[in-house]
Design a protein around this ligand. Structure first.
Ligand SMILES: [Zn+2]
Length: 116
């Protein structure tokens, strides 16, 4: 009976389409969790100390900041944490680490700034 075959074929097409829809929606959670992970990376609590220091220096847009003020601003437990990072950043082309007047405390000491 051709009519029944058509109806069966039509039903099968719907089932196939439904299965395709299922597979599409099954991919969505993976996509959104990938976005969630990217979002978490941007959260300060999840950032490394080096990342937080880089961000802080970048936010100051060329204003020098000393290791003590970095330690204060980021609530680091010891000043050497900031020192280790700023010494490394100071070797990079995009940063200047020299004796300068710190934009936070005003003291003339070794401070780092981003070149703008
Ligand atoms: Zn300072």
């Amino acid at each position: 009976m051709p009519a029944n075959d058509d109806a069966l074929g039509w039903l099968n097409r719907i089932r196939i389409n439904a299965a395709k829809l299922d597979s599409v929606s099954a991919q969505e959670p993976a996509l959104s969790s990938r976005h969630r992970r990217a979002y978490d990376r941007g959260m300060p609590r999840r950032m490394t100390i080096a990342g937080q220091i880089e961000q802080l220096i970048g936010n100051l847009a060329g204003t020098p900041i000393c290791d003590d003020c970095i330690t204060d601003r980021l609530n680091l437990s010891v000043r050497s944490q900031a020192n280790v990072v700023t010494r490394e950043l100071g070797k990079r082309d995009e940063y200047d680490r020299t004796k300068a007047s710190c934009g936070q405390c005003g003291a003339l000491k070794t401070a780092i700034q981003i070149k703008i």
